[in-house]
Design a protein around this ligand. Structure first.
Ligand code: PLP
Length: 455
């Protein structure tokens, strides 16, 4: 195809391309931004604008853009064996290598992985695997999943149902049966007069109340992100996870920790479960698994479930054509080696994570900012018209959209979830680049405040 200019690309995009989570008509009218290339933590659009990508694509480009080693691994693997499946008693070296490598970086009790193509497919796999487990245990009534309002677990039917996004449930009669949602640990929005510590306990106790209401005999699993990502980088109060652990120890239900965002170094630890000291039975993974260079996901399975599936399971009637795809697997393995051998995860924990959190928190003095939070290289800012009351300018999220548009037009990709501004930059970001990120964020907050007449 001969090189097209921006207007031609936008016209063709409007004619033929339906975008994810998009008002198609509105986007057609506004026109898309065409991203053409990337290097390190920067993107360039078709008009030559350079942008600092503080979202690592979509929370996934952990090793940064432009790593030629990954392109070479893919090129070689495509020539060696571009595809083979793992269905009929066959396997191939890339899937074996990746499964072994994953078991080396995951918690000690987790040594098996089931591969799929994405985070959504991983959660569909969770849905089937958990129910299969309880069937094998002779407890087929243990079917119900407890999740949380405003959780994100993907966009397939089971993924969207496990998730707690009301605007997704509205379309297509979701959630499917057997999935219930409890309150989320979102203090800024829902904490009322309670301290964050009190609120964390209260939000966690919703789990115990729900277990008692449904009856332990009907509950299969609790599923949660360590830190809710798409929901607005909701870092739970410090009391939350310890109280959840206390409750889980009391009842015989599985813990599914959705590591699709927190996994592979985001918090400065390999997994969010390491950061919070959790012992998951299952961990859906994707995104940072390949740093987004090729699509791949998986479910990491802990001893308890793996032993039952292996020893007592017989056939597990589930899988995907692309489960363990050789090229994706080879690229993911190379990505994990880069994260490990270049000390990238360690650097996030020791150096760049603490530095980002220190600089990011300086934004708390801005007149629009009601709360600053984050862990490692993920963070959020709450925009407010009243810092003490924690209220919004309106209930439509228009302040967040305004700020996000200023960011995009001033060389910073920072995302808005309602009036919460969120960042999740590549893990290779340097201290100088963190300075640039925070300065650009402050500048765009100023532009937003001026537009609103606040300063
Ligand atoms: C992105 C995401 C998913 C879904 O992953 P896809 O690859 O988009 O299907 C699931 N869970 C969490 C926590 C996510 O952030």
């Amino acid at each position: 195809m001969k090189a097209l200019d921006t207007a031609q690309l936008q016209a063709l995009d409007r004619e033929h391309h339906l975008h994810p989570f998009t008002d198609f008509k509105q986007l057609g009218e506004e026109g898309t931004r065409v991203i053409e290339r990337a290097e390190g933590i920067y993107l360039w659009d078709s008009n030559g604008n350079k942008m600092l990508d503080a979202m690592a694509g979509l929370w996934c480009v952990n090793i940064g853009y432009g790593r030629k080693e990954l392109a070479e691994v893919a090129y070689e693997q495509m020539q060696q064996l571009p595809f083979y499946n793992a269905f009929f008693k066959t396997t191939h070296p890339p899937a074996i290598d990746l499964a072994k490598l994953i078991s080396e970086v995951t918690p000690a009790h987790m040594n098996h992985v089931f591969f799929c193509g994405s985070g959504s497919e991983a959660n569909d796999t969770v849905f089937r695997m958990v129910r299969r487990y309880w069937d094998l245990k002779g407890k087929p009534n243990k079917k119900t999943f407890i999740s949380r309002i405003n959780a994100y677990h993907g966009s397939t039917v089971a993924g969207a149902s496990l998730g707690g996004m009301g605007y997704m449930h509205e379309q297509g009669d979701l959630p499917i049966p057997g999935i219930v949602h409890i309150a989320q640990p979102y203090w800024f929005k829902e904490g009322g007069d309670l301290s964050p510590e009190e609120f964390g306990i209260k939000a966690a106790q919703a789990l115990e109340e729900k277990i008692l209401e449904l009856g332990e005999d009907s509950v299969a699993a609790f599923i949660a992100e360590p830190i809710q990502g798409a929901g607005g980088v909701i870092v739970p109060p410090e009391t939350y996870w310890p109280e959840i652990k206390r409750i889980l120890d009391k009842y015989d239900i599985l813990l599914v920790v959705d590591e699709v965002i927190c996994g592979f170094g985001r918090t400065g630890h390999w997994f969010g479960s390491d950061y919070y000291g959790l012992k998951p039975d299952l961990m859906p993974i994707a995104k940072g698994l390949s740093s987004g260079y090729l699509p791949i996901g998986g479910v990491v399975v802990g001893e308890r479930v793996a032993e039952t599936l292996i020893e007592e399971g017989g056939d597990f009637n589930h899988g995907y054509t692309y489960s363990g795809h050789p090229v994706s697997a080879a690229v993911a393995a190379a990505n994990i080696r880069i994260l490990r051998d270049e000390g990238i995860v360690d650097r996030v924990r020791e150096e760049t994570g603490p530095y980002l959190q220190k600089r990011w928190r300086e934004l708390a003095d801005h007149p629009l900012v009601g709360e600053v939070r984050g862990v490692g290289l993920v963070g959020a800012l709450e925009l407010t018209n009243d810092k003490a009351a924690r209220t919004r300018f309106d209930d439509k999220g228009s302040t967040g959209t305004l700020c996000r548009d200023f960011c995009f037009n001033n060389g910073l990709v920072m995302r808005a979830t309602g009036d919460t501004m969120i960042i999740s930059p590549p893990l290779v970001i340097t201290k100088e680049e963190i300075d640039e990120l925070v300065e650009k964020a402050r500048y765009c907050l100023d532009l937003t405040a001026k537009e609103l007449g606040v300063i």
